[in-house]
Design a protein. Structure first.
Length: 356
């Protein structure tokens, strides 16, 4: 019998399935500025959405911190014990001075925010199945597996969300991960290496971190991108492969890792996608899942420029304006071919633009 967890308690029904907590943001004596990651990005996304009157504090689901017991659903006790060493956390978060801090400070200032985002992803998994969609404004720690962290990822939130659903929610026994962060998602790939219940599509810059050849064996649909890939080619590939993935394997839930580090100018991603291209990409994924009535859970993952928070907010506003974030369980009205046609047309428009 699964352990009791607060993460699966139902939030008030009036809430939007958007999960967040002010605890997400990492602020500590300016140390967070030593990593290119904008450690306050998540709060900024929420502030933009509030300014646009899409949400209010009492309308979003407050994320709760994942407990050790929750984390042990996937992680080994040995791995969790390793995080009690500050130098291990410094290596994972790529912030060297963290190694010199007492571990109780590291737990509170660095790991607690990441555990809260991980709790948020697990909560959003259940919300997605209940409501048809959910967005965790944080999470997407796709380089962490059951016994190894890296690349700013200390907990395997994607693996956890899926395992929780498999163990606790009736009727959920197949999942598709669509990983569109600029980096290969080697953490969940290692975790689900031989699991036929999980189908992984991953589109990433083939030349950058982590270059995990072993983990690549778990990818069912591998889209390896060249340096400087631009909107037209990218959106065409995403559209083709997302449709192909969902036609090839019928999941009960889609976990969408929506990294914004594909943005042109990102210091780590090496791709050249415009803000409009990112908004369009998210729309393609949501349309594909919602038109098939498949619940979709979105996490925000990587993105290392100050403008990414605004782009994530714009994308959520766009999904809402298109009716892809309806309050209803499954968007039956979205099954019309005309919408698929519209996506194809918009990809055509992109192609035509580039040909002119």
């Amino acid at each position: 019998r699964p352990h009791r967890t607060e993460l699966y308690e139902d939030p008030p029904s009036g809430c939007w399935p958007i999960v967040y907590s002010p605890e997400y943001n990492i602020t500590f004596m300016g140390l967070e500025k030593l990593h290119p990651f904008d450690a306050g990005k998540w709060g900024k996304v929420i502030n933009f959405l509030k300014e646009e009157k899409l949400i209010a504090d009492d309308l979003i689901v407050q994320a709760r911190e994942a407990t050790d017991e929750d984390l042990l659903v996937v992680h080994t006790r040995r791995y969790l014990n390793k995080l009690k060493w500050s130098f291990v956390v410094a290596t994972i978060t790529e912030i060297p001075p963290v190694a010199f801090l007492p571990n109780f400070v590291v737990q509170r200032k660095v790991l607690k925010p990441l555990r809260t985002q991980t709790g948020g992803t697990i909560m959003a998994g259940k919300l997605a199945v209940d409501r048809g969609w959910a967005i965790n404004v944080g999470g997407g720690f796709h380089h962490c597996s059951s016994d190894k962290g890296g690349g700013f990822c200390a907990y395997a939130d994607i693996t956890l969300a899926i395992k929780f659903l498999f163990e606790r929610v009736q009727g959920v026994s197949r999942a598709t991960i669509i990983d569109l962060d600029a980096h290969q998602g080697n953490g969940h790939e290692r975790d689900f290496m031989d699991d036929p219940r999980v189908y992984i599509m991953d589109a990433y810059n083939r030349y950058i971190y982590p270059g995990d050849g072993f983990a690549k064996r778990a990818i069912k649909r591998k889209v390896e991108l060249e340096w400087g890939t631009e909107d037209t080619e990218y959106l065409q590939k995403v559209h083709t492969h997302v449709e192909g993935a969902l036609n090839e394997f019928k999941p009960d839930v889609v976990v969408y890792n929506a990294g914004t580090d594909i943005l042109d100018g990102d210091p780590l991603g090496g791709l050249a996608i415009s803000p409009q291209g990112i908004v369009k990409r998210d729309e393609v994924v949501f349309r594909a899942a919602r038109s098939r009535g498949i619940p979709v859970l979105m996490v925000t993952s990587g993105g290392y420029q100050k403008r990414t928070a605004r782009i994530i907010a714009d994308s959520i506003l766009n999904l809402h304006s298109l009716g892809l974030l309806g309050k209803e369980r499954a968007a039956c009205a979205l099954g019309s071919p005309s919408l698929d046609q519209m996506v194809r047309d918009s990809v055509k428009d992109f192609s035509n633009l580039s040909l002119q």
